[in-house]
Design a protein around this ligand. Structure first.
Ligand code: 13P
Length: 252
């Protein structure tokens, strides 16, 4: 059985004291729920990772970063490396988010380097893919996602690929309040799983966790997570509110 994951992508939000309170509140709330095997991952801004790791040490969640630069060290002003994350014991790192593709011009080729850099240090990439609205309207969404997945992930040998989490995040659904329907999510997740089966094998495809992201909230999570190929969510705005996030993590 593949792992169910609900990950909170906090993006660039919260002051240090607000972040500390939110993490502690979520940790306390998680103590009282039965997650039934769902892994909860919190991805705060890099500056808060050490604090988050301290809380996570005695709690029921894992910590992820939102970005890395794909080198161990060097003259890359302002960046953080997977080696630094490893030292803190950070378990996951989001890469390929549409905001980084859009604002920081990250390409599929560059993301391939990030995947390799993370796996070298045994940090699990949460690899985001997804089409923008004009691409969906032109019925190119399968093609776009296929290219993203192929060009950034399919160079990996099978054992390395098994460490990767995929997050399908249709860009038109991110932060818009417009969620993909459960049929749209299921269709794309099944398509991605099919690509993995063709490239690697059915067992690997069946073992790959594929998350949905884009205006997932306490109200629609249950419906989305009920789909056979939707293995959880990558949550933006709703992961900043303890109660709503808890509602989502218990939606399986
Ligand atoms: P929202 O849940 O705010 O739409 O953001 C989704 C997202 O980008 C998670 O990475």
């Amino acid at each position: 059985m593949r792992k169910k994951i609900v990950a909170g992508n906090w993006k660039m939000n919260k002051s240090f004291s607000e972040a500390e309170k939110l993490i502690t509140d979520i940790a306390d709330a998680l103590d009282d729920v039965n997650l039934r095997g769902t892994e909860v991952v919190l991805c705060p801004p890099s500056l808060y990772l050490e604090m988050a790791m301290d809380v996570a040490f005695e709690s029921n969640f894992k910590v992820g970063a939102q970005n890395i630069y794909p080198e161990d060290s060097g003259a890359f002003t302002g960046e953080i490396s997977p080696m630094m994350l490893k030292e803190l014991n950070v378990a996951y790192c989001i890469i390929g988010h549409s905001e980084r593709r859009k604002y920081f011009l990250e390409t599929n080729e560059f993301l391939q380097r990030k995947v390799d850099a993370l796996l070298k240090h045994d940090i699990r990439p949460i690899f985001c893919c997804g089409e923008v609205l004009p691409e969906r309207e032109a019925n190119q969404h399968f093609e776009v996602v296929k290219k993203q997945v192929e060009e950034s992930l399919f160079h990996l040998p099978v054992e390395a690929f098994k460490k990767v989490i995929i997050a399908y995040e249709p860009v038109w659904a991110i932060g818009t309040g417009v969620t993909a329907t459960m049929e749209q999510a299921q269709e794309m997740h099944a398509y991605i799983r099919g690509l993995i089966a063709t490239k690697y094998n059915r067992q690997t495809a069946d073992g790959t966790t594929i998350l949905y992201g884009g205006s997932c909230n306490g109200k629609n999570a249950r419906e989305l997570f009920s789909q056979p190929d939707v293995d959880g969510g990558l949550i933006g705005g709703a992961s900043l509110k303890t109660e709503e996030f808890l509602q989502i993590v218990t939606s399986f």
